[in-house]
Ligand binder design. Structure first.
Ligand code: 26A
Length: 355
């Protein structure tokens, strides 16, 4: 089967540090407890440090790659492909094996040695996670990869495109190519804000891509970071969601949806045009529409790393099977919560029924 969902992002291997060491490493490397950043010079020793001095677990990561595995969880085998740049090394083999096991086609651009696959140190403290990323080969992605016949064929065949905001740190040209091509053909483009530093420091790239985006996904701190960057720091979450929904759109015949998650609190869905939105966002609904999140007992939470990605991938996978927005949000909530019960960005196997 030709994939109907294609995701684009930075492939990373997550190095999850045993939670008992989390707080000490946060302090040592001057990190916030709930954040996602690119490693600065002072952070670079952390990768060797945790491997030498703490217990670590290696887990397949990279925000869009996690979402791709979540979409694959709810779709028939062969429905999902993932594009990103890796090195020719053991880290890549681990990522590819995880994708193979979960029916995601890895359409990697492989950089020659000595380029190494990117990595993300994950520090857990309570229910927070701090992510410190070194992109390495991931940021060597070049647009010519998209023109290779087998990749062009993938892009032509797919109906849903998922781009992580993190990719905009280096890959705006490729992201624009994918999104413009998709929206010109009436296909659905989904963008995830990914982290507060994306709207904060990459606002120009974000706003150049946004006109081609049909569904924007983010969480409360990312939405707040956008509001501040756009000069409305005091706006409510509801009004930020509506502002983003109303942002210029190249394909104006389709409304834009903005989905804002808030951890255990309700998810908001704003639409630029409720009357034209997919089923279940009705003109009579509040805009944004509010979706309560089922309760998850605190002792069921192992760690929250990847929960937002699994929400997004589950939501997208459900939409791609033809579910409406209400059902897709429900599937997203289920996969997000399932991920909270696992170490790292993982889902439970054997598969549970979530659709
Ligand atoms: C450019 N940056 C910072 C990143 C990331 C990232 N994925 C792509 N680019 N920083 C962290 N992640 C991934 O986010 C997942 C959790 O949402 C981590 O690899 C982790 O699996």
């Amino acid at each position: 089967m030709a994939p109907i969902v294609v995701a684009l992002g930075n492939p990373l291997l997550d190095i999850q540090v045993d939670p008992k060491h989390g707080p000490a490493y946060l302090e040592k490397y001057e990190l916030k407890s709930n954040d996602a950043i690119l490693a600065e010079e002072k952070h670079l020793p952390i990768y060797d440090d945790v491997v030498k001095n703490a217990e670590v677990t290696y887990v397949a990561g990279g925000a869009a790659q996690n979402a791709a595995r979540a979409a694959a969880y709810v779709l028939p085998a062969g429905s999902v492909a993932y594009i990103g740049s890796v090195g020719d090394d053991d880290l890549k083999k681990t990522l590819q094996a995880a994708n193979d096991a979960e029916n995601v086609q890895s359409a990697y651009q492989v950089q020659p040695s000595p380029a190494k696959t990117g990595a993300c140190a994950v520090l857990i403290s309570n229910h927070d996670r701090s992510l410190v990323t070194t992109l390495r080969a991931a940021e060597q992605f070049t647009p010519d990869h998209l023109a290779k016949p087998e990749i062009a064929e993938l892009l032509n065949g797919a109906k849903y495109f998922y781009i992580e905001g993190y990719f905009l740190t280096h890959g705006i040209e490729s992201a624009l190519e994918v999104a413009k091509g998709a929206s010109a053909h009436g296909k659905t483009v989904v963008l995830n804000l990914s982290a507060p530093f994306i709207p904060q420091f990459f606002k120009m790239q974000l706003e150049s891509l946004l006109p081609h985006v049909d569904i924007l996904i983010g969480n409360e701190s990312e939405a707040a970071a956008y509001a501040t960057a756009a000069g409305h720091g005091d706006a409510s979450l509801e009004s930020v969601a509506s502002t983003l929904a109303a942002f210029t759109k190249s394909n104006a015949s389709r409304p834009r949806l903005v989905v804002i998650t808030q951890g255990a609190d309700s998810t908001l869905v704003a639409s630029s045009s409720p009357s034209a939105s997919p089923a279940n966002i009705k003109p009579t609904d509040s805009n944004p529409k509010v979706y309560p999140v089922p309760k998850l007992a605190s002792d069921k939470i192992v760690d929250t790393n990847g929960a937002g990605d699994m929400f997004a991938g589950g939501f997208l996978g459900a939409l791609a099977t033809g579910k409406d927005i209400d059902e897709a949000i429900e599937v997203g909530h289920k996969l997000g919560q399932m991920c909270c019960g696992q170490i790292g960005p993982k889902l439970s196997f054997p598969k549970q029924t979530v659709l």
